[in-house]
Ligand binder design. Structure first.
Ligand SMILES: O=P(O)(O)OC[C@H]1O[C@H](OP(=O)(O)OP(=O)(O)O)[C@H](O)[C@@H]1O
Ligand SMILES: Nc1ncnc2[nH]cnc12
Length: 178
């Protein structure tokens, strides 16, 4: 399936989780028999071209795509977690979302110094989540040059924020007007 065909599998839910947000829901994409596999293949091709030595994905939706890309390329997966989940000494960072604030944490021991880690998530909106993940992974010694997303909401400026932080962004589809 092409990225355009995959785009038609995304469900848009107006006013979720709050008024004014057009929620771009991946449930319908990953529920389609070919949707998840085709999406993962597209992302894996790009991750390979980026020279990925490991894949990092953000909890929760980034785990679905990131872990599958890691399997496809036979690479390790680094979970970037929401707070209070990891049982060891962590490093963490607070960040702002399109709606609200949150925190990400990682096990710094999961990264080898200088390792090329490619970030994978379902969607980039303001870029707050991906930027926080990039900062955290870099703090742990990773080389972060690329981040891959299924969906870009270009009007929210996230991809540009990442590029300003020297992270190249690649996405399979865009939804404009959000
Ligand atoms: O570019 P941003 O403005 O940071 O927004 C994008 C992030 O928001 C969503 O995750 P969410 O925090 O809603 O968590 P979830 O994956 O657990 O649903 C999405 O999966 C991205 O990680
Ligand atoms: N508009 C949106 N749709 C789905 N997930 C999101 N995460 C942040 N903004 C979002």
């Amino acid at each position: 399936m092409t990225p355009n065909e995959l785009k038609s599998l995304i469900r848009t839910v107006p006013d979720f989780p709050e008024a004014g947000i057009q929620f771009r829901d991946i449930t319908t994409l990953i529920g389609h028999p070919l949707g998840l596999a085709a999406t993962v293949r597209h992302l894996a091709e790009r991750a390979k071209a980026c020279g990925a030595e490991a894949i990092a994905g953000m909890e929760a939706r980034g785990f679905i795509f990131g872990a599958a890309v890691a399997v496809e390329l036979e690479l390790g997966f680094i979970p970037v977690r929401k707070p209070g989940k990891l049982p060891i000494e962590i490093i963490g960072i607070d960040y702002a979302l399109e709606y609200g604030t949150d925190r990400l944490e990682i096990d710094p021991g999961a990264i080898q110094h200088g390792q090329t880690v490619v970030i994978v998530d379902d969607l980039i909106a303001t870029g707050g989540t991906a930027l926080a993940a990039a900062q955290l992974l870099r703090q742990a010694g990773a080389t972060i040059d690329d981040a891959l997303f299924v969906i870009d909401l270009p009007d929210l400026g996230g991809a540009q924020r990442l590029r300003d932080a020297s992270v190249e962004v690649s996405t399979l589809m865009e939804f404009e007007g959000d």
